[in-house]
Ligand binder design. Structure first.
Ligand SMILES: Cc1ncc(COP(=O)(O)O)c(C=O)c1O
Length: 421
């Protein structure tokens, strides 16, 4: 077999995927229950959320199946969903949208993959890259590019805060120095940190996108208007240079693969065409189910009454737990913000290393995710080499008992690493 250059890249496993394989292999089989998995990116299994999706899919199965399941549909998205999206965003934000402003895909990851192929890579103006304005960001972005070295990330400014807190800030000047931007992509609120763009940062990014004539993709997978898993500082804006991406996944339906983008027709037309040329379209039954819950208010009500409060309470619980259990003489810090699916932790000591922590915790049947995977090439990013490897991500999706035992073991391992230094 001979793989092409992009084939070689895409056939390989990214750092995080290889860890996910490790987690899957280790937790398979009879001893599965013995593992404490604090690495997962799955949304928490909240019964009310499952019930909402089960009901919506059941209704679609009963009423929409002939139309949805037994024929191909439009690449831009089913008429029912495209119309529901336009109505929903008109009601929610007053946006005036037509089908030309919308492109549905099988998950927002695929929408972003299509965007990366369309707007980054070699072209008439040289090599253009996907630029992530603020690392760390969703590790899945690193697999979006078919070319080696096709993605770059800007190191954040790091601010220590009171107590065991810190936060990242956008370094807009460093971003402006890049001449090779083909598109910008940022999750807000972000994975893994939960940091959300404020209005001034969003305006600065939008102005830069306009100046460079490139799209700014803002990925709202955790944010507004649904599922509001993490704190939102500014609602999505409609602007010719901004493409807003939304997903049903973190609102509880990751397995059915539905995401969509809203933006100017200049960007939406090639995205819809890409769907046509690649996957044809997103699964239709799930599109009909999403249309139902957008239209009748169920998704908004579930977001407000169940999803947001659930993750807020969970984050508060883990925050208390960390303060209670982490060794007092260790400089550990958690990224600021309320809610979110994760805790992003920084242990600022020379003796700490993320992969060493991963290995030691794995020996104790606990999985966390090493921090380096959320940065692009940290050793070559000025200011990040010593930071990325001192961070790790804890998932809040597991139940409280599992998280509590996991944090106990984490604290023991930190003591051990400190004493060994
Ligand atoms: C920021 C972010 N965007 C997108 C995705 C994937 O979304 P989808 O399931 O819609 O492809 C994830 C999944 O973890 C994510 O964290």
């Amino acid at each position: 077999m001979r793989l092409s250059l992009s084939g070689t890249k895409m056939a390989g496993l990214s750092g995080l995927r290889s860890i996910m394989e490790d987690v899957a292999a280790s937790t398979a089989g009879a001893s599965a229950g013995a593992w404490l998995n604090l690495s997962v990116g799955n949304p928490a299994p909240i019964p009310e959320v499952r019930d909402m999706w089960r009901a919506a899919l059941t209704e679609s199965m009963a009423e929409d199946f002939d139309e949805a399941g037994c024929r191909y549909g439009p690449s831009r998205g089913s008429h029912a969903l495209v119309e529901a999206i336009a109505d929903y965003f008109h009601r929610t934000y007053g946006w005036q949208l037509g089908p030309e402003n919308i492109a549905v895909g099988p998950g927002s990851q695929m929408v972003c993959f299509a965007a990366a192929a369309l707007f980054a890579g070699p072209g008439a103006h040289g090599e253009r890259r996907i630029v992530l304005p603020m690392a760390p960001d969703y590790t899945g972005y690193q697999g979006l590019c078919l070319h080696d070295d096709g993605i770059a990330a800007i190191a954040p400014l790091i601010h220590r805060e009171e107590g065991h807190r810190f936060r990242y800030a956008l370094d807009i000047e460093a971003l402006r120095r890049r001449a090779d931007i083909g598109m910008m992509l940022i999750s807000s609120p972000g994975n893994p940190t939960g940091r959300a763009l404020g209005r001034a940062d969003l305006d600065a990014l939008t102005a830069l996108a306009t100046e460079r004539e490139v799209p700014l993709f803002v990925d709202h997978a955790y944010g507004a208007p649904f599922p509001r898993i993490a704190q939102v500082h500014t609602e999505p804006v409609l602007h010719d240079s901004v493409v807003n991406c939304f997903s049903a996944s973190k609102a509880g339906l990751p397995g059915e693969r539905i995401g969509f983008a809203i933006g100017h027709p200049t960007y939406m037309a090639p995205l819809a065409a890409f769907m046509s040329n690649s996957v044809l379209h997103a699964p239709q039954l799930a599109q009909y189910a999403l249309a139902r819950v957008l239209t009748d208010g169920r998704l908004d009500a579930t977001t407000r009454d169940v999803i947001t409060p659930y993750y807020r309470a969970k984050k508060r619980y883990v925050d208390h737990l960390l303060h209670e259990l982490m060794p007092a003489d260790v400089d550990w810090r958690m990224h600021s913000g309320e809610g979110g699916m994760f805790c992003w932790l920084w242990v600022d000591h020379p003796w700490f290393e993320d992969t060493a922590l991963y290995g030691r915790l794995k020996e104790r049947h606990v999985f966390v995710v090493p921090g380096r995977h959320f940065f692009v090439d940290p050793p070559r990013t000025p200011g990040l080499a010593g930071h990325a490897t001192r961070c790790f991500r804890l998932s809040l999706s597991a139940d409280e008992k599992v998280i509590t035992e996991g944090v106990h073991r984490l604290a023991d391992v930190l003591r051990e690493m400190r004493d060994a230094a």
